[in-house]
Ligand binder design. Structure first.
Ligand code: TNX
Length: 530
């Protein structure tokens, strides 16, 4: 790998050389191959929004500064094809090359996706500090290690306006992430309109709508698809269903721990079965992607046999809809997931549930719940063995280091680099140990799979951001940045590198984060300290 510093690229390409600067003029003049009009359009929107750069599409023979061609033979790049599963409605090869000859930058891609990823790489390399645009002469050969590079996003515990979700999607696109997994229902709310069960979707105490209509959700899928990001929708079943059960009490079946917030759907309740299959059918209708996520985590209070039966039923139903099934790792217990399905691994060994600490801290009536939770977590390694035994591929979302709602360990600094004390009430899930941003620099998903996952087949990687402690876009930015781009880099290519170089590249991103509305990013002492 060649790599010249300083570079503003995150993720860093497999091979990159930044040569002498070329003055490009006021606008980015791009000549694109036929069939790339839509790609160029979306790129122009992203370039304006993130860097304030104007793209000017030009016809062949006009003085272009960037030319985009399709038809690259990806094998000729010498970059291995992406491993794992391709989560897109239509699989695509993202490999591309960039060369510079006499002031013309030539991007060659194997697909429109590859062209988009290459254009974004060029956008990252642009120097916009002067009156005209300046680009180093680029020589790049690149392609991702995994096609499935995602962020799992909790839309339940905090209600994000659509514009904020769109900003998240633009941030993902800017760092070449390919999947937004939307967690659409949970104990506290149901965020997607159901035609058959209109009361399930959340309304606030004041009667205001706190969910997406089906129409709005479709528009979001289209917005993401234009940026080559696939939305993986999740309805969390059969546990975490208190919100739906509050709206339709006939769905309820009392469990071993009966509490209004600890609810599940039972296979022995026909109304509950009809509800679950109907909402999944409705979801399939508006989801072009090949996967539906059925949840499956933390079905506390549900007898084991009922849990396994319900997961089997959901699995068969999603298959009958022509979709592949993803579930959280506990769903392995139904022993029905196959080699074309996916189990999402989340319980990292180091986050093992501390039952003694919990017993000591909860009110007495919650003690039975602590026992149920302890049982779930104790079974986590067994879930992985069940999955590997059936050759079910794993999506790596290990809570350490990929849960970004974890607190930062390294402290933060003010604008002058002076250390600041942690403020009371800072966002971050209190039950996880804090971890430093730099820990992500050496993390390698494949090595992680070898050690923590019994050599399981890895389909891809998803970071996750749960929203129990998020109340605003500033809180979101505080937890997400600067970590997410670093995770994006680990998903794209796994080589570890000098922290000083990584920190410099992260620092170069802050104008983009500001432009997208994420000015509340964490002033990590490791990244911004002097
Ligand atoms: C566990 S991860 C959960 C979520 C919480 C999260 C907090 C998973 C499948 N379930 O319900 O929000 O921990 O980090």
């Amino acid at each position: 790998m060649t790599h010249t510093t300083p570079s503003p690229l995150v993720p860093l390409p497999a091979s990159v050389h930044l040569g002498d600067p070329i003055a490009l003029g006021e606008t980015l003049r791009i000549e694109a191959a036929p069939g790339l009009d839509a790609v160029l359009d979306t790129f122009a929107t992203l370039a304006r929004r993130t860097r304030g750069v104007e793209v000017e599409p030009v016809a062949v023979g006009i003085d272009a500064r960037i030319r985009v061609e399709l038809g690259l033979d990806p094998e000729s790049t010498g970059i291995a094809p992406a491993a794992g599963f391709d989560p897109r409605p239509v699989p695509a090869d993202e490999r591309f090359t960039i060369d510079t000859h006499e002031g013309l930058v030539l991007l060659r891609a194997a697909s429109p996706e590859g062209a988009f990823r290459g254009l974004v790489t060029i956008l990252q390399a642009l120097d916009t500090s002067g009156p005209g645009l300046v680009l180093p002469a680029l020589t790049i050969v690149d392609g991702p290690a995994f096609a499935w590079r995602g962020l799992s996003f909790d839309t339940v515990r905090h209600l994000y306006p659509t514009a904020e979700i769109e900003a998240v999607i633009d941030l993902l696109a800017y760092h070449r992430i390919s999947v937004l997994h939307l967690h659409l229902s949970d104990t506290q709310g149901w965020r997607l309109e159901s035609t058959a069960y209109p009361r399930a979707a959340s309304v606030s105490a004041a009667g205001e709508r706190e969910h997406w209509t089906r129409e709005e959700f479709r528009a979001l899928i289209t917005f993401a698809a234009a940026r080559f990001i696939t939305i993986i929708p999740e309805l969390d079943l059969p546990g975490h269903t208190a919100a739906a059960i509050a709206a339709y009490p006939e769905l309820d079946t009392p469990g071993t721990f009966d509490h209004p917030q600890v609810k599940f759907l039972s296979p022995e309740n026909p109304e509950a079965v009809t509800f679950a299959t109907t909402v999944l059918s409705e979801l399939a209708e508006i989801s072009p992607g090949p996967y539906l996520h059925i949840g499956g985590d933390e079905a506390f209070g549900m007898p084991d046999e009922q849990y396994a039966d319900f997961v089997r039923l959901l699995h068969a139903h999603v298959r009958s809809l022509g979709k592949r099934v993803i579930g959280w790792q506990e769903a392995a217990r139904a022993e029905v997931f196959e080699s074309s399905d996916v189990l999402q691994f989340w319980i990292a060994e180091k986050d093992a549930f501390d039952a003694d600490a919990m017993r000591a801290s909860v009110p007495e009536e919650y003690l039975p719940l602590v026992e149920l939770a302890a049982k779930t977590f104790a079974h986590a390694p067994g879930d992985i063995s069940l999955a590997t035994g059936r050759e079910t591929p794993i999506l790596v979302s290990s809570s350490s280091p990929l849960y970004l709602d974890r607190r930062h360990a390294e402290g933060r600094v003010d604008a002058d680099g002076t250390p600041l004390a942690e403020a009371p009430g800072e966002p971050g899930f209190p039950h996880y140990a804090a971890e430093p941003t730099s820990g992500l620099n050496d993390w390698d998903p494949a090595a992680h799979a070898r050690t923590a996952l019994n050599d399981a087949r890895v389909v891809g990687v998803e970071a996750a951001i749960w929203a129990e402690t998020i109340e605003s876009i500033d809180d979101l930015a505080f937890l997400l940045l600067p970590r997410l781009p670093l995770v994006a880099e680990r998903m794209w290519r796994a080589e570890s590198r000098e922290w000083a170089d990584t920190a410099a590249r992260l620092r170069a991103q802050t104008p983009v984060w500001d432009a997208l509305g994420f000015g509340g990013y964490y002033r990590s002492a490791e990244v911004f300290g002097t």
